[in-house]
Ligand binder design. Structure first.
Ligand code: UD1
Length: 416
């Protein structure tokens, strides 16, 4: 198994280009199932999760072509309407094929994702919404088995804000008969990017980016070209790494407007931040000040940035209180950060992080995608060597991370 070896203690300096967003690319790839015509995407990141989604589509008979960051999806000859357990269990976002399959073919059999390192993560809202649209759904042998002659528009109020739930229902509604209204919809920029791609395919969607999305179903969707939005979480991870190492970094290919909550926290920590239309420059000239944060649905502070900000807090001046409200078990990185010398106490869904003067390198284990990103940041700060095991978690969501960090001056290597 591959590990990352980091010789920490130096500041990050330089420029780095941000890749396309994983959480936008995955639903948009699934949206390719909604049409028999070709969907052409650009700025698709080279990630394990993207390969998993392409493999999943391939199993269904979808022809996919990938050249660098360009991907073409041709779902004209779908011959299987099933998402099998062996793929779904490696990537929960596989559930995103449920809405498109059901809407276009009237049938789908998608494995239930099962457990997850960061919490329970049920998909009951996806199922309830599709049932409201007239689908018959049962759970058989660990699979969601869904049928519908044609979905019909419905008014759906989700119990909580769910990102992939909103996306699944929005995709299903594009081909339903009549109007669908999703209330309490997720407002994440990735939902908007998916809506933009669907509209380019001929869908009629209004309100994406607000908590009320209205979709008028159409009889069919066509091919389109779409450029995937920049990854605000990858961008935020580099910014946290720059802040934690008292570095100076310029990001290109970003959308600063989608990153307010993270930028505000970094400014509060003492960073100087300049932004342009598609770039961000951060400079941290002194030890960061600890910040308090509470994760929340967009535009609140993203749960996907919690571990990275916490890593910065571990070496900050003062005490930061971090409250996780989205996932019940998303402090797996805390025990690993403690191995590097961090002073963190957990009380329920709150972590109290007392900043220490420095961390020291050690062997640590990645437990999930964003926890790994937090560990990388801590490793960059820590004096001496840190080895991070199980980095396939990182490869799921960060394109060429060690290359990009090495470009910023980090001493980082992949070892087997
Ligand atoms: C998406 C993101 C993930 C991010 C998360 C929260 C993708 C591919 N993944 O995950 O990176 O961390 O949003 O911003 O976009 N819930 C239910 N029932 C449901 C659906 C959700 O109880 O049917 C709960 C979840 O357990 C969780 C909360 O709702 O507590 C939010 O989850 P959700 O927004 O659905 O996360 P994902 O879409 O899986």
């Amino acid at each position: 198994m591959e590990r990352l070896r980091v010789d920490g203690g130096g500041p990050l300096r330089g420029s780095v280009a941000v890749s396309g967003a994983k959480n936008a690319a995955l639903p948009i790839l699934a949206a390719g199932l909604l049409t028999a015509e070709t969907l052409e995407l650009s700025n698709v990141p080279a990630l394990l999760d993207v390969s998993t989604m392409l493999a999943l589509l391939g199993r269904m008979g979808v022809r996919t072509r990938r050249e660098g960051a360009k991907v073409a999806i041709d779902a004209s000859q779908v011959d299987s309407l099933e998402a099998p357990y062996d793929l779904v269990r490696t990537m929960r976002a596989s559930i995103l094929v449920l809405g498109p399959l059901l809407a276009r073919f009237g049938q789908a059999r998608v494995s239930l994702p099962g457990g997850c390192a960061i919490g329970q993560r049920p998909v009951d809202q996806h199922i309830r919404g599709l049932q409201a649209m007239g689908a018959q759904i049962s759970i058989e042998h660990g699979y969601v088995v869904a049928t519908a002659s044609r979905l019909r528009g419905a008014r759906i109020v989700t119990d909580m804000v769910t990102v992939t739930g909103t996306e699944n229902l929005m995709m299903a509604a594009t081909l339903a008969e009549g109007e669908t209204v999703i209330e309490n919809a997720a407002r994440e920029p990735e939902v908007v990017d998916l809506a933009d791609a669907l509209v380019a395919m001929g869908a009629r969607i209004e309100g994406a980016g607000s908590d009320r999305v209205v979709i008028q179903g159409v009889a069919r969707l066509g091919g389109a070209s779409h450029r995937v939005m920049p990854d605000r979480i990858e961008a935020g991870t580099f910014l946290c790494a720059a802040a934690a190492t008292t570095g100076e970094v310029t990001l290109s290919c970003v959308l600063p407007d989608t990153m307010d909550a993270t930028l505000d926290k970094l400014r509060e920590a003492g960073a100087t931040i300049e932004v342009g239309a598609d770039w961000i420059r951060i400079a941290m000239t002194r030890r960061p000040k600890a910040v308090n944060l509470r994760t929340a649905p967009y535009p609140g502070f993203a749960t996907d940035m919690q571990a990275q900000l916490m890593a910065m807090n571990t070496v900050a001046e003062g005490t930061g209180v971090v409250t996780e409200t989205i996932f019940e078990n998303r402090f797996m990185h805390v025990l690993e950060l403690q191995r590097l010398g961090a002073d963190i106490a957990i009380e329920g869904n709150t972590a109290v992080v007392r900043g220490v003067a420095g961390l020291s390198g050690a062997s640590v284990m990645a437990t999930d995608l964003r926890a790994s990103a937090g560990l990388v940041i801590a490793a960059l700060v820590a004096e001496g060597y840190t080895e991070i095991d199980r980095i396939y978690h990182l490869d799921r969501g960060y394109e060429r991370i060690q290359e990009k960090l090495a470009g910023l001056g980090a001493r980082i290597h992949r070892v087997t």
